[in-house]
Each structure stands twice: as structure tokens, then as C-alpha cells.
Design a protein around this ligand. Structure first.
Ligand code: UD1
Ligand code: BG6
Length: 371
């Protein structure tokens, strides 16, 4: 049921304040008057000790689910102190990469049925790793075959391009980082800021959704383009990959997410006055580096669209031709949840304006159950 929406993708983008609320329901705890805040993931509580003892945490997934894990990687490294590595499921299988008994392997999958992710799970089980699932589908193969896990509870996702599952996956993995990290005096302020941020996240997403019309106008400008680059780094490297994935899979426009730190190692050669480039430059530890990226792209006459924190337009824009997407600021590790929303809206509007099928893009399937 699409309600008053024209497409499922549109509905699923706009219901993110609600899906995120459901994802967090019962899992964020304010303990009495001491105001002590914590996270409770029922599916993991008996396994946290084992996870904390593991030598490595390895995220395994495909497509958007992989990108969500990439977005959560920095906070998991920071709070757990455990090395975190990333595997695209098919690539792990192609290489038969090393997975050990001392590893915690985390399988991220909206459907819980993706063939490559499922085969990678069998492989990790054979190798004796602790296998954790993060899925949206109760009773799915990944939910059943993992040792433990967390349901993201985002509600059924119909649009082939994943939107609300992506933001709920990130939130669950941020909660996973808080749960594994545990309480120490030294990280208490940081933990509280993140938990406060989680409580307020649905409101921030509601706010960023007001950019719908702004993104539609931007889509009109880009309707006939052949290509769109998206530059990000740090917490928002994943946002760049995911934004580009949305544009390519539904709007059928070539798009590439680029790690801004790699700009000089190739991508800079593409820059001219025609190719549109989105640069994500919201406030976090990478902000000044991104300001310098903007300057360098501007020096090559790049056609810039800058995503920045509210109030930063004048600071980040090198000239009056630069287009701006101003988004609400949040704790660094939650900012990817906010920043992906305008890019989801952009991909949606581009698709509708270009006259393509939004909910069932050409050649793609919601769940890829064959290799
Ligand atoms: C569970 C109930 C929820 C109830 C809540 C009350 C289910 C599905 N969830 O939620 O309805 O309101 O308790 O306390 O009945 N699991 C895996 N792999 C996965 C995902 C989950 O093994 O990929 C396992 C978990 O380890 C857990 C179980 O499935 O044993 C349920 O997980 P989850 O729904 O996330 O647990 P709760 O949030 O505690
Ligand atoms: C397909 C979907 O390619 O599978 C994507 O079209 C999705 O939206 C990917 O990200 C992985 O699916 P899942 O269910 O394992 O998260």
C-alpha cells in the first residue's frame, strides 16, 4: 500500500523518521534518575563478551548493505578498539579470503536471502567464526543461520533500491558499536552524545526531508547529464558510494562515489566545467580537508554542488555558481543517516523526470538469490 505516495521508493524515503523510530524502539535506555544512558540489543546480550574478545570484526554484505556497514565502520573501530575490516560477499568468496575462529563476522542484509552473502555465511561458519546477522527479515536464511543478530525492524521494503533499510542498518550498527564498546569513564561523554543523537535522529531526518523540493529543482538541472560524481570522506565516504549507487540504479545515470582523499590519484582528470560534482562537506573532523578539496575542484572550474551543515553555505561556496544543499548538523557518526536523504531524493526525482521505472529499475531484482 503506497498510501498517498506515487511510488514505494518515495514512500520509503519519506517514512524514515518512523522506520528509524521503530528500529530504536525498546533498545535505547534511560536508566532512572541517574540519567545513565545505554543500549540494549536483546539478540546480542549473551554474545557481547565473545565479540569483545574477538581479534577482528569483519563486515560482509552486498550493495547498499555493504555501504551501510562502511558508514558504521569508523564508530565501531573507535568505540571497540577492535580492527574492523570490510568484505563484499562475492569478493570474499572469489578470493576464499581468510576468516578465523577468533573473528566476529557480521552479515548485513536487508532481505536476509542474498545468495553471495548467504554463501559467505556458510564459509565463515565452516571456518569457525562467530557469525552475527543484521537483517530486516525475521525468519530469513541469514537470520536463521547466524549464531545471533539484530533485526533492524524497518518494516517491509518494496522498492528495489534500498532506502529506509540503509538508514536503519546504520543506526543498528551504531548501537552495535555502543553495545560492544561498553561503558568506560573515558568515553562516557562521547557515548551520551551519540545516544542523545539517536533519540533526536527521527526529528533531524524529518527536517532534512523538507529538502524534497530543493532536490527536485536540482534534479531538473541534472536531468540530461551523462554522469554525476559524488565526493566524500571519513564518515561520509559511504554516503558518496550510496548516493552514487542510488543515482545509477534507479535514474540509470552513470554515477561514481569517490573517496575525496583519492582525488589527485585519477578522478581530478575528469573535472571540467560540464561534469556535475557533489561534494559532501558537513562539519566533522574532515571538514577542513573537504574545504580544500572544494578549492581544488573550483580551481579546475569544477561544476560544484556542495552539501554542507546549516549556516555553512557562505563558508564552503567558492562562487555564486556553486549550488548548495544545507542539512541539519548531527553527531559525526549519525551524520551519514542525514546526508544520504537528499541524495535518495535526488535519485528519486531524477528517475521520475527521466521517465524511468522507480520501483523496479531495469535489469535489477530486490533480492539476488542466484550467483
Ligand atoms: C525480540 C523479539 C521482539 C520482542 C523483543 C522483546 C523477535 C523476532 N523479536 O526482539 O518481537 O518485542 O524481543 O524483548 O521475536 N537473530 C539472529 N540473526 C539475525 C537476527 C536476529 O540470530 O540476523 C536472533 C537474535 O540473536 C535473537 C532473535 O533472533 O535471538 C531476535 O532478534 P531481535 O528481534 O533483534 O531481538 P530483540 O530486539 O530482543
Ligand atoms: C540487490 C538490491 O542488489 O541486493 C539492493 O537491489 C541491495 O538494493 C542488495 O542493496 C543487497 O541486498 P540485501 O537484501 O542482502 O541487503
Amino acid at each position: 500500500n503506497k498510501g498517498h505516495y506515487e511510488h514505494y521508493m518515495q514512500k520509503e524515503i519519506h517514512e524514515q523518521p518512523e522506520s528509524l523510530t521503530t528500529t530504536m524502539r525498546g533498545r535505547l535506555i534511560h536508566r532512572g534518575s541517574s540519567k545513565s544512558k545505554s543500549v540494549l540489543l536483546g539478540g546480542l546480550k549473551d554474545h557481547l563478551k565473545t565479540i569483545r574478545r574477538s581479534r577482528r570484526i569483519v563486515f560482509i554484505g552486498c550493495g547498499t548493505s555493504y555501504n551501510a556497514a562502511l558508514a558504521a565502520r569508523p564508530i565501531l573501530e573507535e568505540l571497540s578498539g577492535i580492527p574492523v575490516t570490510m568484505e563484499i560477499a562475492s569478493d570474499l568468496l572469489d578470493r576464499e579470503g581468510p576468516i578465523y575462529r577468533e573473528d566476529t563476522a557480521v552479515f548485513v542484509s536487508q532481505s536476509g536471502e542474498t545468495a553471495d552473502t548467504l554463501l559467505a555465511l556458510e564459509y565463515a561458519l565452516d571456518n569457525g567464526a562467530l557469525c552475527v546477522g543484521i537483517t530486516n527479515t525475521v525468519g530469513s536464511a541469514i537470520a536463521r543461520n547466524t549464531h545471533c543478530g539484530v533485526h533492524i525492524n524497518a518494516g517491509a521494503e518494496i522498492g528495489v533500491a534500498s532506502t529506509k533499510a540503509y538508514t536503519s542498518q546504520i543506526v543498528v550498527m551504531v548501537m552495535l558499536a555502543l553495545a560492544i564498546g561498553g561503558d568506560t569513564i573515558s568515553n562516557q561523554t562521547r557515548r551520551e552524545a551519540i545516544i542523545d543523537g539517536l533519540f533526536d535522529l527521527p526529528n533531524k531526518v524529518r527536517e532534512v526531508l523538507k529538502l524534497d523540493q530543493v532536490m527536485k529543482e536540482l534534479a531538473k538541472l541534472l536531468i540530461a547529464e551523462q554522469s554525476l560524481l559524488v565526493f566524500g570522506r571519513g564518515y561520509n565516504y559511504a554516503t558518496a558510494l550510496e548516493g552514487a549507487l542510488k543515482v545509477k540504479e534507479v535514474a540509470l545515470m552513470h554515477s561514481e562515489g569517490i573517496l575525496a582523499g583519492e582525488m589527485k590519484h585519477g578522478p581530478l582528470a575528469l573535472v571540467d566545467e560540464n561534469l556535475p560534482i557533489v561534494v559532501i562537506a558537513t562539519r566533522d573532523a574532515c571538514f577542513s580537508k573537504q574545504q580544500s578539496v572544494i578549492q581544488q575542484l573550483h580551481a579546475r572550474k569544477g561544476r560544484l554542488i556542495v552539501m554542507c551543515s546549516k549556516g555553512d553555505a557562505a563558508t564552503v561556496c567558492p562562487n555564486e555558481y556553486c549550488r548548495v544543499i544545507e542539512v541539519p548538523e548531527d553527531v559525526d557518526c549519525l551524520q551519514p543517516v542525514i546526508n544520504v536523504v537528499p541524495l535518495q531524493l535526488l535519485a528519486y526525482h531524477l528517475t521520475v523526470l527521466r521517465g524511468f521505472n522507480v520501483d523496479q529499475p531495469r535489469n535489477l531484482a530486490k533480492s539476488v538469490t542466484t550467483q
